[in-house]
Design a binder for this molecule. Sequence first.
Ligand code: TRH
Length: 384
Amino acid sequence: MPSVRSWDIFCTVVDNYGDIGVCWRLARQLAAERRLQVRLWVDDLASFRKIRPDIVAGLDTQRSHGVEVRWWREPFPAVEPADVVVEAFACNPPANYVAAMAARQPKPAWINLEFLSAEDWVRGCHGLPSPHPSLPLVKHFYFPGFVAGTGGLLAERGLLEARERFQSSAAEQARFWQDVGLPAPAAGELQVSLFCYPHAGISALLRAWSAPRVPVRCLVPEGTATEALSAFFGVENVAPGAVLRKASLEVRVFSFLDQDQYDRLLWACDFNLVRGEDSFVRGQWAARPLLWQIYPQQEGAHWPKLDAFLSLYCTGLSPQTAVAVKSLWQAWNKGDAAGVEMAWPGYWESRVELQAHARRWAVQLAASGNLANNLAQFCENLLK
Ligand code: TRH
C-alpha cells in the first residue's frame, strides 16, 4: 500500500446527528489507525460540534484528531480530489468537484457509503459498480452490515477490550461518572440510557419504571423525550441538569456527551435505548440489552429493516425471550403505549438471558472485521 493515501469524505447533515456521527467515526479511525490523509467535508458544523465539542462552527478549515475538517458550502473551492472519495448516504459531492474527479489521472476510487440494514438484499448489492451517466467515472456502493458479505460495522481497534476493561473496573466507572458530572449509581439501582425520537410509547416505560419494584435511574440526553418527560413529571424544565423523580424512578437529563463518553455511558448502563444508526451500533458493541428505535421512513420502508434485524438478532434466543424482544421492539417502534406496557414485564424477566446474548452478539459481530478496514482494503483493490 502506498505510504499516504488521501481521502475526501462528504457529509450532509439531513437531520439529527447520525450522518455526521458515522462520517466522523470513519474519518477519525482512518486517520488514526491507517495513517491516511483524511479531509472531511461537512455542511453543518454546529451539529458536528454537538458530538465533538472542539469543532468551531463558522471555520472553513480546522483540524481535529488528525482529520482536516472542511466546511462544505457554496461556492465549492477548486481543490484537487483525493485518491478515495466517499460520499455518505448518497449526498452528491459538488458538481465542480466531480468534474475534477473525472479529469484526474488516475481516477479516484468513488464510494457511496450506504445506510445500515440487515435485509438480505444488501449482500447482493454490496460493492456493486455504478457507471456515471456522462463522465468517465464509476461509483461503488458500499453497505455496512451485520454478516459476512457486507462491509461490517464501524469499530475502532481495541474497542471490545476497552469496553471489557471499563465494565470490569469500578475505578474506571467511578472516574467516568465524575467526568460527566453525574452521581455514581446507587447500589441495586437499574441504570438505563434513553435516546429516542418522540413517540407515545415513552410514557409507558416511564410508568413501568416508576412502579415500586427495582429503583431505576434513567439518563436522557438533552432534547430527547422532552414532551413525554414534561407530561409525565408535570414539569416544564427538562433542560440539562434536570433531576425528575416519581416513586422508584429518577430521570436525569444531561448535555450531549462527546462520542467517546457516550460510548462509556452505554457501557455503564444495564439497558440502553438507542436510535437511528450510529447509537444503535454502539449499543450493540456495549454488550448490554438494548431497545432500538429505527429512523422512521416514508411509506413504512423501515419496517422490513426492523424485522430483518430482529430475526438476525433473535437467533439463538429461547423462543420465549425472542417473543419478548420482538413484542417490545415492535410496540416501541409503533409508538404503541399499551403494547409497550404489556411487553415490558416479559422483557424484564428475560434480562439474564438477554445480557448473556448481548455479549455473544458483540463477539459474533466483531468476527466480520470492521468497516473502516474493509472499506480501505476495498478501495486499495479499486486503485490497483
Ligand atoms: O441522531 P440520530 O437519530 O441520527 C439519524 C440516523 O442516523 C438516521 O439513520 C439518519 O437518516 C438520520 O440521522 C439523518 O441517531 P444516531 O444514528 O444514533 O446518531 C446519533 C449520534 O450522536 C451518534 O454518533 C452518537 C452521538 N451521540 C453523542 O456523541 N453523544 C450523545 O450524548 C448522544 C446521545 C449521541
